[in-house]
Design a protein around this ligand. Structure first.
Ligand code: FAD
Ligand code: NAI
Length: 465
C-alpha cells in the first residue's frame, strides 16, 4: 500500500465490472474505493438490466402458461386467470433491491468504501466526487454503457420508451412496436407479448440477432413469428410521432422505398448501447476514445495512461455482464501483480426468451472462414426429457475443427439453453474435442444429453435420431 494516496484502487462505476473488480481488489489486500452515482449499487445489470428483465421474463412466462390454457394438456385445469401487473412489478422490484442490497453488504464485508457521487478525473490519480478529491494509485474505469438514441425519436419513458421504461410500463400496451430486433427487443417484446400485447419488431438488417450464427438467426425468426410476433426485417424507422397518448411509427424498406405507418400504444427503442464516457474528464488525463466511443486497453486492461485501467461495457467486446465480471477479476489481479486473463474467444451469450437461445465460440460462418469444419446437430425432438415435458422446440449444433476435432463453437436453442451452454464453454476452455464431449457420461434424462448427441453427430452418428 502507498500511503500517499487515499486508495490503492479506485473503481469508477459499480456495475458487474466495477463491483467485482472492487471486491477482488479488496480481497487481495488493496485499499479499495468504488465511486457510484446511482442510489444503489450494481450498475445497469442489477438495477435496470439483466435482473429486472429476467424477473419479468419469468413472471410473464408463468402468466402466459396459466392464461393461455397451455397447462390443460398436462392435466392442470385453471379457472379464470388474471394479471396483477402492480404485483408483478413489485416482485421484480424486490428481486432488484435484494441483489443491489447484497452488493452493499459485500462491500461492507470486504471493506470496500462506496464513494457516493459522480466521478470526474482531475488527473490520472485524482478523481473529483462531489466536494471530495479522492486520490488513488490505480483508477479503474468501469462506467458501463447507456441506450443509443435514435436520431429524431424522443424517449419520454411513457409511450416511447427505452429498456428502462419498458421494464416499468404501467399497463399492457395493446400494440407495442419494437425498434431493433436484438437481445433487448426480443426479451422485452416477449414479456409484453406474453402479457397480452401485440408486438411488432422492426429490424434494419435482414435477420434478427446480429452476431449470432445465421442458422440460429433464421430459426429465431421462425420461432418468434410462430409465437405471434410480427417481424419486419430489412425495414427502417424514419420517424415516431406521438399524439394523444398514441404513437405513429413511420417505416420504409431499409434500401429505400414506399413508407408506411404503424399505430402503436408504446414504442420500445432498442437499437444498441453506447459506452459512458461523457463528463468523465478523459481529456484531463489525455485519454481518447476510439471511433465507437470505447476506451481501448491492452490484454491486461491497462489504458494508454499509466495507472488508469478500464473494463466492461466501456471497452471493446460484447456488452455482457459476465464479460464485465471476468474483466473485473482480471484487472484487480493484474493491479495486485498477479496474472489476470480473460479468454475473449470463449464468452457465452444467451437470449432469455422462450426458448432460450445461446451460443459460445465461433458461428458456423466464422468457423468456415478459418478452415475445414465438421458439424453435429441434434434436435430437441429427439431428446427424451424434452419429449417428456413437451419442450421439443430447438436443437443443438456443435462445430468442430475437421482435422483436430477441437470444439470451435456451439449454438443451442431450447428452454434451458443458457444453463446448458456453460458445459460447452468449459469444454472449450479445456481445449476439448467433440469426442471428449461425446464420451462424457451425461445424466439421463436431461436436456444436456442433446449436447452429447450433437457431439456424437460430429464424429459420425447420434443414437436417438
Ligand atoms: P454498468 O452495469 O453499466 O455499470 C456502470 C455503473 O457506473 C452505473 O451504475 C453508472 O451509474 C456508474 N457510472 C457511470 N459513470 C459514472 C461516473 N462518472 N461516476 C460514478 N458512477 C458512474 N447482460 C448479460 O450478460 N445478461 C443479461 O441478461 C443482460 N440483460 C440486460 C438487460 C437489459 C435491459 C440491459 C439494458 C442490459 C442487459 N445486459 C445483460 C447487459 C449488462 O447489463 C451490461 O453488460 C453490464 O451491466 C455491464 O457492466 P459494467 O460494469 O460494464 O457497467
Ligand atoms: P443489439 O445490438 O442486441 O440489437 C440492436 C438491433 O437493432 C440490431 O439488430 C440492429 O441491427 C438493430 N438496429 C439498429 N439500428 C436500427 C434502426 N435504426 N432501425 C431498426 N433496427 C435497428 O442491442 P440491444 O438489443 O439494444 O441491447 C444492447 C446490449 O445489451 C446488447 O448488445 C447486449 O450486449 C446487452 N444485452 C444483453 C442481454 C443478454 O445477454 N441476455 C439482454 C439485453 C441486453
Amino acid at each position: 500500500a502507498d500511503g500517499n494516496y487515499d486508495f490503492d484502487v479506485l473503481v469508477i462505476g459499480s456495475g458487474p465490472g466495477g463491483y467485482v473488480a472492487a471486491i477482488r481488489a479488496a480481497q487481495l489486500g488493496l485499499r479499495t474505493g468504488c465511486v457510484e452515482s446511482r442510489e444503489t449499487l450494481g450498475g445497469t445489470c442489477l438495477n435496470v438490466g439483466c435482473i429486472p428483465s429476467k424477473a419479468l421474463l419469468n413472471a410473464s412466462e408463468k402468466f402466459y402458461e396459466a392464461a393461455s390454457g397451455a397447462l390443460a394438456k398436462h392435466g392442470v385445469k385453471l379457472g379464470s386467470v388474471e394479471l396483477d401487473l402492480p404485483a408483478m412489478m413489485a416482485d421484480k422490484a424486490k428481486a432488484v433491491t435484494g441483489l443491489t442490497g447484497g452488493i452493499e453488504f459485500l462491500f461492507k464485508k470486504n471493506k470496500v468504501e462506496w464513494v457516493k457521487g459522480l466521478g470526474t478525473f482531475i488527473d490520472a490519480h485524482t478523481v473529483q466526487v462531489g466536494e471530495r478529491k479522492v486520490t488513488a494509485k490505480n483508477v479503474v474505469i468501469a462506467t458501463g454503457s447507456s441506450v443509443t438514441p435514435l436520431p429524431g425519436v424522443e424517449i419520454d419513458q411513457k409511450i416511447v420508451v427505452d429498456s428502462t421504461g419498458a421494464i416499468a410500463l404501467e399497463k399492457v400496451p395493446e400494440h407495442l412496436v419494437v425498434i431493433g430486433g436484438g437481445v433487448i427487443g426480443l426479451e422485452l417484446g416477449s414479456v409484453w407479448q406474453r402479457l397480452g400485447a401485440k408486438v411488432t419488431v422492426v429490424e434494419f438488417l435482414d435477420q434478427l440477432l446480429p452476431g449470432m450464427d445465421s442458422e440460429v438467426r433464421k430459426e429465431a425468426a421462425k420461432i418468434f413469428k410462430k409465437q405471434g410476433m410480427e417481424i419486419k426485417l430489412s425495414t427502417k424507422v424514419t420517424g415516431v410521432a406521438v399524439n394523444g397518448g398514441k404513437a405513429t411509427v413511420t417505416v420504409e424498406p431499409a434500401a429505400g422505398g414506399t413508407p408506411e405507418t404503424i399505430e402503436a400504444d408504446a414504442v420500445l427503442v432498442s437499437i444498441g448501447r453506447k459506452p459512458n464516457t461523457d463528463g468523465l474528464g478523459l481529456d484531463k488525463i489525455g485519454l481518447a476514445t476510439n471511433q465507437r466511443g470505447q476506451i481501448e486497453t491492452d490484454h491486461s486492461f491497462r489504458t494508454k495512461v499509466d495507472g488508469v485501467w478500464a473494463i466492461g461495457d466501456v471497452i471493446p467486446g460484447p456488452m455482457l455482464a459476465h464479460k464485465a465480471e471476468d474483466e473485473g477479476i482480471a484487472v484487480a489481479e493484474n493491479i495486485a501483480g498477479l496474472t489476470g486473463i480473460v479468454n475473449h474467444d470463449v464468452i457465452p451469450s444467451v437470449v432469455y426468451t422462450h426458448p432460450e437461445i445461446a451460443g459460445v465460440g465461433l458461428t458456423e460462418e466464422q468457423a468456415k472462414e478459418k478452415g475445414e469444419i465438421k458439424i453435429g446437430k441434434f434436435p430437441m425432438a429427439g431428446n427424451s426429457r424434452a419429449k417428456a415435458i413437451d419442450d421439443t422446440v430447438g436443437w443443438v449444433k456443435v462445430i468442430a475443427d475437421a482435422k483436430t476435432d477441437r470444439v470451435l463453437g456451439a449454438w443451442i436453442i431450447t428452454s434451458v439453453a443458457g444453463t446448458m451452454i456453460a458445459q460447452v464453454a468449459q469444454a472449450m476452455e479445456f481445449g476439448a474435442t467433440s469426442e471428449d464431449i461425446a464420451y462424457t457420461c451425461h445424466a439421463h434424462p436431461t436436456h444436456s444429453e442433446a449436447i452429447k448427441e450433437a457431439a456424437m453427430g460430429v464424429l459420425g452418428k447420434p443414437i436417438h435420431i
